[in-house]
Design a protein around this ligand. Structure first.
Ligand code: GAR
Length: 223
C-alpha cells in the first residue's frame, strides 16, 4: 500500500456489492485510494467475507445490545468513531450501512463521510426507492453518491448515474439495473475526492472539469 493514497473506511450492513466495487477499483495501482478498514454493525454480513478475501482488516461493532435510545446510539457511534480513527481513515464510505447516524458521527466527519443511495436524489429519499419510482411511472431512475448530513439522504451531491426504466420492469429488475450503475458511480466519486477535484460549497459540490467530461444526452425511451 502506498502512503500517498487516501485511506478509506467502508461501513456496511449486508452483502457489500458496493464494497466489492471499491475493492475492485482499488486493486488498480493507479486508483488514488485504498481501503484501510471494513466495518459492519451486523455480525456475519457477507461484505466482511469480501473484505477478508481481499486481505482488508475488518471490524464488527454490533448495535444490538447497546440500547435503542439516544444514549445507546451515541455509545455505539463512539466505538465506531474510535475504530475509524485508529485505522487512520480519511474518508468514510457508507455502502449499504442501514443505520441512521446521529450528529456525533456525521458532524465529526463533516465532508469526510459519503453515502450511496439507490435513487436520483432529492427524489425518493428513504426505503423502497425502486417500488416508488415504478409507481410514479418515471422514465429515468438511478443512484446518487453524496456527502452525509444529519438529515437522511440529504447532502451535497457528488455523482449521479441514471438508468432507463423499461416497460415490464419489476422492482427487482430495476434494482439490478441501478445496482450496476452504483458500482460505477461509487468508485468515481471516491476517485474525484481522492484526486482533490471536489470542493463543497453549501449544498453544491464543485467539480474540477477535465476535457471530455461533457456527458451526452440521456433520454428514455431513446429517440
Ligand atoms: C445499495 O443499493 C445501496 O444503494 C443501498 O443499499 C444497497 C446495498 O447493497 N443503500 C441504501 O438504501 C441507503 N439508504 P450492497 O450491500 O450490495 O452494496
Amino acid at each position: 500500500m502506498s502512503g500517498s493514497k487516501l485511506k478509506l473506511a467502508v461501513l456496511i450492513s449486508g452483502r457489500g456489492s458496493n464494497l466489492q466495487a471499491l475493492i475492485d477499483a482499488a486493486a488498480d495501482p493507479a486508483f488514488p485510494a485504498e481501503i484501510a478498514l471494513v466495518l459492519s454493525n451486523v455480525e456475519g454480513a457477507y461484505g466482511l467475507e469480501r473484505a477478508r478475501l481481499a486481505g482488508i482488516p475488518t471490524a464488527t461493532i454490533p448495535h444490538k445490545g447497546m440500547g435503542g435510545g439516544e444514549a445507546g446510539r451515541r455509545a455505539h457511534e463512539a466505538l465506531i468513531d474510535a475504530r475509524l480513527r485508529e485505522a487512520g481513515a480519511e474518508l468514510i464510505c457508507l455502502a449499504g450501512y442501514m443505520r441512521l447516524l446521529t450528529p456525533f458521527l456525521v458532524d465529526g466527519w463533516h465532508d469526510r463521510m459519503i453515502n450511496i443511495h439507490p435513487a436520483l436524489l432529492p427524489s425518493y429519499k428513504g426505503l423502497h426507492t425502486h417500488e416508488r419510482a415504478l409507481e410514479d411511472g418515471v422514465r429515468l431512475h438511478g443512484c446518487t453518491v453524496h456527502y452525509v448530513r444529519t438529515e437522511m439522504d440529504a447532502g451535497p451531491i457528488i455523482v449521479q448515474a441514471a438508468v432507463p426504466v423499461l416497460s415490464g420492469d419489476t422492482p427487482d429488475s430495476l434494482a439490478a439495473r441501478v445496482l450496476t450503475a452504483e458500482h460505477k458511480a461509487y468508485p468515481l466519486a471516491v476517485r474525484l475526492i481522492a484526486d482533490g477535484r471536489t470542493r463543497v460549497e453549501g449544498m453544491v459540490v464543485h467539480i474540477e472539469q477535465r476535457p471530455g467530461d461533457e456527458a451526452g444526452l440521456l433520454m428514455s425511451p431513446s429517440p
